[in-house]
Design a protein. Structure first.
Length: 602
């Protein structure tokens, strides 16, 4: 292989008629004035196309010319021979490997230093082929992954259009991380300071709107949505940062970006949420709306200052994935009949209890959907309004302007409602107005944060509500949790002794078995469930209907365990018992039951 000098090459081009002598003279003059490469100037001036130039160079130097736009797939084994950062910096890409020879497509064969560096880096003999620079860049994007992601359009608008490409998470993420890490001139991230007032806010804002950071944030959100995540956690530590998605109620680690660009990612999210980029000492909450195709998705963002930076949590509210069919939530037939009877009562209070993320809002929305008719006036006050319900008047609570739950409730009572939903009973005033609404002929739905159904009575009592008001208005306390369902794709049966389940609350006499064994199911792990063995979630319920006996106990201010014992005598299943039934039905697993529910002691 003998690389001709650029002078010999261009002279030969004139000889064969690819360019004229006048064009060459003009290009030489410009090269002298600007210090640019003669070949690049010939191409940029339009005197010759790059593919013709490269083909002619290949012919004169006995180097093959390849058209990478028509090139087939490059195997991961070949790509892994050359670090992506090096390939991008030198504008080259490995295309084939055989024995100790690595074939590399390169745009500048005269860069002997790059070839020497590549030989030292890989420990292989290097054979080069020529290709067009832009084709190599496209191939780098295609095979290393970052070309699958497009920039957001209309970044300043409230609705951001998310990229629509179907991507592979790990490859695309790694590619964008590499791009950001090596964008020395394009992106210089300000190091974290102890005092946020010392930050160059203008600089961080500019960097947050740079293409690599935009791509990174797009990818974080897009992949979370594709995986069915409910939340995205972005967390800073001293020397690294962590990305986690909550999928089916469990947090899963994801590929993380370099620590040095963490501030720019946070700033980008603040810009999208229309928040103050300069404010780093106080918590901030915001909202981002994104669009994938024709589907709009809301992201509720929370920024929390911590020791090493701001932790960001984004809750994904995808209305298209919301199940509003009561029959699909997890009630069995007996529970469904009982629940339907109660929600059609003309007045009273229905309380749904459980921790954050237990599906309370979905249950309430599904209930409202079932009750929503043209002849029924339904008003809700929520914080926040998570999903829009057709035909329902929904109000966003705004404590900053004194539009609290209590204030909204008082106004509702002047709006001639039939059904009222309060996002949460948080204080005595809200509880008292809810009681008054139920006493005056309204059906009130709300939530409380308690561990089980009987504890809702105790919670209201602690708020100062009189026992006789509780017993005369509350008609149902429903505790719930969400458990992961066994993946249907990799679901596999196994047998256990019935006696082994007795410690979990199962009465062996309730199971009909000839050999003392029962068949359960678990997922072995597959691509559909990301090797977790679980796919989707289903509700488990503890339904305490306030019977006359339970009302008497409430009026006597009986302790929670007495209320629970009486409810169980009347047929209430505890959360553990409800989950155990779903284990026996093959819908979930013993491990999931132990993770989500506590043992029943009373």
């Amino acid at each position: 292989m003998k690389i001709p000098s650029i002078k010999d090459l261009t002279d030969n081009m004139v000889d064969v008629g690819l360019i004229t002598a006048g064009q060459l003279d003009k290009a030489k003059k410009k090269a002298q004035e600007t210090g640019g490469n003669l070949g690049d100037i010939l191409i940029s001036e339009g005197y010759i196309t790059e593919d013709v130039f490269m083909a002619f160079l290949g012919k004169k130097s006995d180097i093959s010319y390849v058209d990478l736009s028509d090139y087939g797939d490059i195997s991961p084994g070949v790509l892994s021979a050359v670090p992506e950062s090096f390939a991008r910096k030198k504008t080259l890409i490995p295309v084939k490997k055989k024995d100790k020879v690595l074939t590399v497509a390169i745009a500048d064969p005269m860069n002997v230093f790059a070839i020497d560096d590549l030989r030292a880096l890989t420990g292989l003999n290097i054979e080069i082929v020529l290709s067009v620079r832009d084709d190599i860049k496209r191939a780098l994007d295609k095979f290393y992954g970052s070309g699958f992601i497009e920039d957001l359009e209309n970044d300043t608008q409230e609705t951001q259009d998310m990229p629509k490409q179907d991507i592979d998470t790990s490859e695309a993420f790694s590619s964008i991380i590499s791009e950001i890490s090596n964008a020395d001139n394009e992106l210089e991230v300000v190091a974290a300071e102890k005092d946020s007032d010392l930050q160059d806010i203008t600089r961080i804002r500019r960097e947050s709107e740079g293409a690599p950071v935009v791509k990174m944030v797009n990818l974080l959100i897009l992949n979370a949505i594709k995986k069915g995540a409910s939340d995205i956690h972005i967390e800073p530590f001293e020397k690294h940062c962590r990305i986690r998605y909550r999928v089916d109620g469990v947090l899963h680690l994801q590929p993380a970006p370099p620590r040095k660009i963490f501030n720019s990612i946070v700033a980008r999210l603040k810009v999208m949420a229309s928040l103050d980029v300069a404010e780093k000492r106080r918590p901030q909450d915001g909202r981002i709306k994104v669009k994938i195709g024709k589907k709009e998705i809301d992201l509720r963002t929370s920024f929390l200052p911590s020791t090493h930076g701001e932790k960001v949590v984004m809750r994904i509210l995808d209305s298209s994935s919301l199940c509003l069919d009561l029959t699909q939530l997890g009630f069995d037939k007996q529970e469904m009949v009982k629940f339907n009877d109660i929600i059609n009562a003309p007045n009273g209070i229905i309380l749904v209890t459980g921790p954050t993320g237990s599906g309370k809002t979905t249950t309430l929305y599904s209930t409202l959907t079932a009750l929503n008719r043209p002849d029924v006036n339904i008003n809700t006050i929520e914080d926040p309004v998570e999903y829009m319900l057709k035909g329902v008047i929904q109000v966003q609570a705004r404590p900053d302007i004194d539009l609290t739950f209590a204030a909204g409730l008082r106004t509702f009572l002047r709006q001639d409602p039939d059904i009222i939903m309060v996002g949460e009973i948080r204080d005595t005033e809200t509880a008292q107005i809810s009681i008054n609404a139920a006493l005056t002929g309204h059906l009130v739905l709300s939530t409380l944060h308690t561990n089980d159904a009987p504890s809702a009575v105790t919670r209201l009592d602690n708020m100062g509500i009189e026992a006789y008001h509780i017993s005369s208005t509350v008609i149902l306390s429903l505790a719930q949790r969400l458990v992961r369902k066994v993946c249907p794709k990799c679901k596999a049966p196994y047998e256990v002794d019935v006696e082994a389940l007795s410690s979990y609350g199962l009465n062996p006499k309730e199971i009909e078995t000839s050999d003392g064994k029962v068949t359960l199911f678990k997922g072995s792990g597959c691509s559909a469930c990301s090797d977790s063995g679980y796919k989707g979630r289903i509700g488990i319920y503890e339904m305490m209907v306030l019977s006359e006996e339970i009302k008497k106990l409430i009026n006597l201010r009986a302790p929670t365990n007495e209320l629970k014992n009486q409810a169980r005598k009347e047929g209430m299943r505890t959360l553990r018992e409800s989950c155990l039934k779903k284990v026996l039905d093959g819908k979930t697993t013993v491990d999931e039951m132990l993770r989500v529910t506590a043992g029943d002691t009373g």
